[in-house]
Structures are given as structure tokens and as C-alpha cells.
Ligand binder design. Structure first.
Ligand SMILES: Nc1ncnc2c1ncn2[C@@H]1O[C@H](COP(=O)(O)OP(=O)(O)OP(=O)(O)O)[C@@H](O)[C@H]1O
Ligand SMILES: Cc1cn([C@H]2C[C@H](O)[C@@H](COP(=O)(O)O)O2)c(=O)[nH]c1=O
Length: 454
């Protein structure tokens, strides 16, 4: 890195050379602190609507590193005269970091328009992927726009204590350099390092992110998020209080079967579960449970970490109610863990089905401390039929439901995630037939699997 800087400095004019000297002084004082930053592994998430169908990965190191340098031609945006900048959120406190990620995402997409792509960026230290994960963004500008850096510095100035801002430049030797900027005052370059090629890493930062902040495989993990945010979102304490109450009378031995009905919205779950309730004289429960639904809107507008913790805790409150009800009758549940998992995975992995983690991956497994149903039915209908049903129904939609309506790839990804769930897996039922035919089909599956008399 040092020799490359020296080579580079030959062509610098006097003023630039003076600035460069100051930079080296800065670097030596910052070298210790930047060691961590330099070896980070970055994942840029796919975003089909922005024309990035697959995630891509890179790392940064000094020039003596053995990995091949990323060639400017391999980052077409730079090769074609565009620009690239990254923002990494360094706040260690996860609730603040999650809120900052959401606020910055909205700000960047609203304010940097005109050929700019704002992509989700995740990075970690390979020696400690879970402890060092950081969120952020990569801003790609296809057009040559010299003012973009100034605009970003201006936009990000107020967050300077909590972010690391970098620009990317094609070097004279054909490689790419990542330049770390100090956002104080006019902003100045502090350090630069080479951008190196990385194949798909294991674990992928995208999967680490799911396990850390989008899917909770233990009640304790989801509760600690709600506890941490209860000072800023009082509703979180209410949810925890209801959890405590619900679990006071937990019955672990079920006497009657528990049957879950899953599927994308408007596939006919409510219609079917109401009919099953009547046909089987069953108790009908829904996720999230009614007692916490007054706070659903609040959590739906919060960042992923908080929103998913709410749904996760909802499953455990639901589990206590299911266990109680299963003492007296068959229980039908409209959505449960599989919805929580499929929507989290489908939302947190960009692009299409090929980007999902492979079959039997740990993220498709059931949480060990959550009551398991005896049977899970997944309703599927064609895209066309589902849209007809949504329009006929005319209810308000969540952001995801709107996304599902407009984005076929997103729909396929969530449905595929449902199908990859294991222990228990889903039995897929084509629900395009009439309501009565679907009911009879599902009843026959229930009788077969749950040994109920016809
Ligand atoms: N088999 C069917 N054939 C035709 N229409 C149906 C069928 N099942 C349900 N519908 C209609 O489709 C619409 C959506 O059904 P329903 O509300 O049961 O879906 P849902 O899966 O519960 O949706 P959500 O998850 O969004 O609450 C309703 O208008 C319903 O009457
Ligand atoms: C239970 C549950 C729901 N969601 C999201 C997925 C959809 O956007 C809506 C559907 O809810 P509806 O009450 O069936 O209309 O909620 C989720 O993300 N995670 C969950 O656990």
C-alpha cells in the first residue's frame, strides 16, 4: 500500500503532495484503529428493480494481500465513469443502528436521485461475523456527476459520529481503491486500501444478518430486543407483559391436534380456517395473537429488528394459547412460525429464488423452544387468481402485501421459503378450486395425518 501511494504521488502537483503528506500523517495515527476496517468483508445485496440480480462481495486490504485485486472493469459503474460510495453504520447499540439504517435508507433513496442506485450493504470481520456485523448502503451512480460526493457528505454530515463513509476509485494500475473519508469540516480522505475479489463467503453476511436481526430462534433472543427498545417504544413492555401472563399457565402436553394454515395473503386462509373451525368444532387462533394486535401498526413501521422481534414474541404468546386450547379441542391456527420465517427470509434476501440459502439450511429449521404443530398446510394459488381475490376483498395492505402485489419475484421467493421449511415442513395444497373443494381436500389431509375419525 505504501509503495503504491509513493508511485501515485509522482504525478501529484505541489498542493496535492502537501495534502498527501498530511494524509500519510493521519494514516499513521489512525492505522491502529483502521486495522479492523481494512479486513472487513462486504456483501452488496441484490435488488432486481435496480438491475442488480445477484449479491456481490468484496473485501479491502493493503497491497501485499494475496487475494486478486478487483479490476475496474469488474465494477462497470466505475469503468464507465460513474461513482460508488459506501456508508457503514458503526453505532454499536443495535436498536439505534437499526433505526439509523432505516432513516438513512429513506433519506438516501429520496435525496440522491438521477441515475443513483442505493443498495443494501452488510459487512463483517471474518474472524467474528456475528459480533462485528454492520449494516449500511452502497450508492452507485452510473452517470459522471462530480457533485455526488459533496451531496453525500452534506447529507451524511449529521450522522458522522455513527457512520464510516467511503468512496471508490479506479486506480491508475487498473485496480479499485476504497477511500475512507473524515466527514469533519470540508471532509478529507484519511486512508485508502485495495478492493479485492471475494467468492460467495460462508457464512454470507446476508444470512448472518437474518440470524442476528430478522429471525429469532429462541424466545430469549426476541425478548431481549423488546426489552432494549422498551424505553423508546413503551408498547414493547406491554407485549412482554402479555407474554409473561400467557406463559403463566403453559401446558406442554397437547391432547388434540394443532393444525396451521399458511400461505401468501389472499390465498384463502381466513375462509378456510373459518370453515375448518365449524367442520372440526375446533378452536381458531391467529398470528399475531389478538391480544398484541393493537400494537401491530407501531411495530410494522419500525426497523426489521424490532418488527421481527414483535412477530417472534407473538408466536410464543400464540403457543401458550394453542397449548391451552389443545387441552379441549382441535386447534386451527391462521399463520404461525412459518409465516414469520418465510416473510423475514424473503424480505432480507434480495433478488429472486436462486439467492435463497440452499435446502436444509439452518435458517429453515423450527425454533427448538417453540411449540410444534402436528400439521402445516400451505395454500397456493396462481398469481392471477390471487390478485383477483385481493382486489375483490379490497382491504388495506401492509408494505409487504403491496410489494407482493407488484413483484412476482418477491412472491415466488416467499412461497419457496415456505416450501423449504423443515421439522415440520408444509403440505402444499392448490387452493385455486372452489371454497368447498379446497375445504374437502384439506379435511381429507387432516383426517389422514391427525388420525381423526371421519
Ligand atoms: N377457494 C376460493 N375461491 C374463490 N375465492 C376465494 C376462495 N377462498 C377465498 N376466496 C376469496 O378470496 C378473498 C381472500 O380470501 P381470504 O381473506 O380468506 O384470504 P387470506 O389468505 O386469509 O388473506 P390474508 O392473509 O391477506 O388475510 C376473499 O374475498 C375470499 O372470499
Ligand atoms: C403473522 C405474521 C405476519 N407477517 C406479515 C406478512 C404480511 O405482510 C402480513 C399478513 O398478515 P395478515 O394478518 O395475515 O393479513 O403480516 C409477518 O411478516 N410475520 C408474521 O409472523
Amino acid at each position: 500500500m505504501w509503495s503504491s501511494f509513493r508511485l501515485h504521488s509522482h504525478s501529484l502537483c505541489k498542493r496535492q503532495a502537501a495534502r498527501f503528506k498530511a494524509l500519510l500523517v493521519n494514516m499513521s495515527s489512525l492505522n491502529q484503529g483502521c486495522e479492523n476496517w481494512r479486513s472487513r468483508l462486504f456483501a452488496v445485496d441484490a435488488n432486481t428493480s435496480l438491475g442488480i440480480p445477484d449479491p456481490f462481495y468484496f473485501t479491502c486490504a493493503n497491497s501485499s494481500h494475496h487475494l486478486p485485486s478487483l479490476n475496474a472493469q469488474e465494477w462497470p459503474v466505475l469503468a464507465q465513469g460513474g461513482s460508488a460510495h459506501s456508508v457503514c453504520i458503526t453505532t454499536p447499540q443495535r436498536i439505534s443502528a437499526a433505526r439509523l439504517q432505516k432513516a438513512l435508507g429513506q433519506k438516501l433513496t429520496q435525496e440522491v436521485q438521477g441515475g443513483c442506485k442505493v443498495l443494501r450493504l452488510l459487512s463483517y470481520q471474518p474472524q467474528d461475523p456475528y459480533g462485528s456485523l454492520q449494516g449500511g448502503f452502497l450508492v452507485l451512480n452510473a452517470l459522471s456527476c462530480p457533485s455526488i460526493q459533496a451531496k453525500l457528505q452534506d447529507l451524511l454530515g449529521e450522522y458522522k459520529q455513527h457512520i464510516r463513509f467511503c468512496s471508490y476509485q479506479a486506480g491508475t494500475e487498473g485496480g479499485i481503491w476504497q477511500c475512507l473519508w473524515d466527514l469533519n469540516g470540508e471532509g478529507k480522505e484519511i486512508e485508502r486500501c485495495r478492493v479485492l475479489k471475494v467468492e460467495v463467503p460462508d457464512p454470507s453476511p446476508l444470512v448472518v444478518n437474518i440470524k442476528k436481526s430478522a429471525l429469532f430462534y429462541k424466545l430469549e433472543a426476541a425478548c431481549s430486543v423488546l426489552q432494549e427498545c422498551s424505553t423508546i417504544i413503551p408498547e414493547a413492555s406491554e407485549v412482554l407483559k402479555l407474554l409473561k401472563d400467557a406463559r403463566k399457565t403453559v401446558n406442554s402436553e397437547k391432547k388434540f391436534p394443532v393444525i396451521v394454515i399458511e400461505g401468501l395473503d389472499a390465498t384463502g386462509k381466513s375462509t378456510l380456517t373459518e370453515s375448518l373451525k365449524y367442520s372440526l368444532r375446533a378452536e381458531l387462533l391467529k398470528s399475531p395473537p389478538e391480544c398484541i394486535s393493537p400494537w401491530r401498526k407501531t411495530f410494522d413501521t419500525e426497523p426489521t429488528l424490532l418488527r421481527r422481534a414483535y412477530y417472534a414474541v407473538g408466536n410464543y404468546i400464540g403457543a401458550a394459547q394453542i397449548a391451552e386450547a389443545a387441552q379441549m379441542s382441535t386447534v386451527i391456527v391462521d399463520r404461525y412460525w412459518h409465516s414469520t420465517a418465510a416473510y423475514s427470509i424473503g424480505t432480507e434476501i434480495g433478488g429472486g429464488v436462486p439467492n435463497l440459502p440452499e435446502y436444509h439450511h439452518e435458517i429453515y429449521q423450527w425454533p427448538s423452544d417453540l411449540l410444534k404443530p402436528d400439521l402445516v398446510i400451505l395454500l397456493t394459488v396462481s398469481d392471477e387468481e390471487r390478485l383477483v381475490r385481493i382486489r375483490k376483498r379490497g382491504l388495506a395492505e401492509t408494505v409487504e402485501e403491496k410489494e407482493l402485489e407488484s413483484n412476482r419475484m418477491f412472491r415466488q421467493k416467499i412461497e419457496e421459503a415456505y416450501m423449504r421449511m423443515e421439522n415440520p415442513g408444509c403440505i402444499v395444497v392448490d387452493a385455486s378450486a372452489s371454497k368447498e373443494t379446497v375445504l374437502q381436500h384439506v379435511l381429507s389431509i387432516i383426517y389422514r395425518h391427525c388420525a381423526l375419525a371421519l
